[in-house]
Design a protein around this ligand. Structure first.
Ligand code: KIV
Ligand code: ZN
Length: 385
């Protein structure tokens, strides 16, 4: 049996930071329940110090959800940690996620501090969080651009202070997969107590690498992945939950499994898109409208002969009823026949060829060919007109 990859969903925290995506507490509860149903292990429910609304949402989600760990974000600041702990008071399993910037940019220009002071603040934050909850995750913000010996030093120190999970964010989405994987490997090889904590990936998508980086992290030893539904999040977004989960399911060489009920993926994606008023791009992997739509004649013929000729995932596995064979001017006869058969009109040979020719003329002038168009084409043919 492969090792478990803990799925940490941050749709309600990092995802919800997107302008225009804000949810009220009731909507957040609906999302949290859907995430619980989907099988995520940890729900990052919010950043309680940031607003009374966020505080209240963490409280209400803690009451409404029982299986996943409920996580609350805080900076490495005492007041943040106290408020996070307070918001988690009803959680059956609560986790405080605290941390600080670790790259030269963050240390010098954001925190105006020194590496030594950053380590001290990290240790203090973890110890303080530990006085409220057993489960404390430390994030090393901007780890993707950190100096590796320093990163290893602070990670070793916070694990010693009691961190149960160490999160290695590529906050700016800067890394290439090989680089991100090498950071995780470096920590595995250079942090003496690394086996006492779970390493988490947390990747952003500024270069479109978030999923690839997350997978590289997992292949190099990370055992928690921080993800959002539909990949929503700051700027170009976070790693998509659906992409990571299905990549793992498709590739047995990745030595982990998840508890996600994949057949609930599509419904969850649509729920988030609707509530957050955030459309899913049509060509989005796994959940986009075109993810299982075939439009060129060669592909349509191939997929109708054998689904796996052009599909690596059975759409049912992610909750999509069936693949679609889209009728366009690039469609072949096999696609037309498929649609006519579905309408109960069985044509073969010369009659099919004639209808197909008329269909091509129509498809060149019209973007969407629907049932009405098909019936009219066949009707004309049947009438001999
Ligand atoms: O991207 C990031 O670094 C974060 C941390 C706060 C975990 O979201
Ligand atoms: Zn983030």
């Amino acid at each position: 049996m492969s090792e478990k990859l803990w799925i940490f969903d941050t749709t309600l925290r990092d995802g919800e930071q997107v302008p225009g995506c804000q949810l009220n507490s009731q909507e957040k509860i609906v999302v949290a329940k859907a995430l619980e149903e989907l099988g995520v292990d940890i729900i990052e429910a919010g950043f309680p110090i940031s607003s009374p609304g966020d505080f209240n949402s963490v409280v209400e989600i803690s009451k409404a959800v029982s299986n996943p760990i409920i996580c609350a974000l805080s900076r490495a600041v005492e007041k943040d940690i106290e408020v996070a702990a307070d918001a988690l008071k009803y959680a059956k399993k609560g986790r405080i996620h605290t941390g600080i910037g670790v790259s030269p940019y963050h240390i010098q220009f954001k925190l105006r501090s020194t590496p030594e002071n950053i380590i001290e603040r990290g240790i203090r934050a973890v110890k303080y969080a530990k006085s409220f909850v057993e489960d404390v995750e430390f994030y090393a913000e901007d780890a993707g651009r950190a100096e590796l010996p320093f990163l290893a030093k602070i990670i070793e120190a916070v694990i010693k202070a009691g961190a149960t999970v160490v999160n290695i964010p590529d906050t700016t989405g800067y890394c290439l997969p090989e680089q991100y994987g090498a950071i995780i490997r470096y920590l595995k090889e250079n942090v003496s107590n690394i086996d006492k904590a779970i390493i988490a990936t947390h990747c952003h998508n500024d270069l479109g690498m978030a999923t690839a980086n997350t997978i590289a992290g997992v292949q190099n030893g990370a055992r928690q992945a921080e993800l959002t539904i539909n990949g929503i999040g700051e700027r170009a977004g976070n790693t998509s939950l659906e992409e990571v989960v299905m990549a793992i399911k498709c590739h047995h060489a990745i030595p982990v499994h998840t508890n996600i009920k994949t057949e609930l993926i599509y419904g969850t994606s649509r729920l988030i898109s609707k509530l957050m008023n955030m459309p899913v791009q049509p060509n989005k992997a796994i959940v986009g409208r075109n993810a299982f739509a075939h439009s060129s004649g060669i592909h349509q013929d191939g997929v109708l002969k054998h689904r796996e000729n052009y599909e690596i995932i059975d759409p049912k596995e992610v909750g999509v009823h069936e693949s679609t064979i889209v009728l366009t001017a690039r469609s072949g006869r096999a696609a037309l026949k498929y649609h006519l058969d579905a309408l109960g009109v069985e044509l073969e040979g010369e009659p099919l060829r004639e209808v197909y020719e008329e269909f091509l003329i129509l498809a060149d002038s019209k973007r969407d060919i629907g049932t009405k168009d098909l019936l009219s084409l066949v009707g004309k043919f049947m009438d001999g007109s």
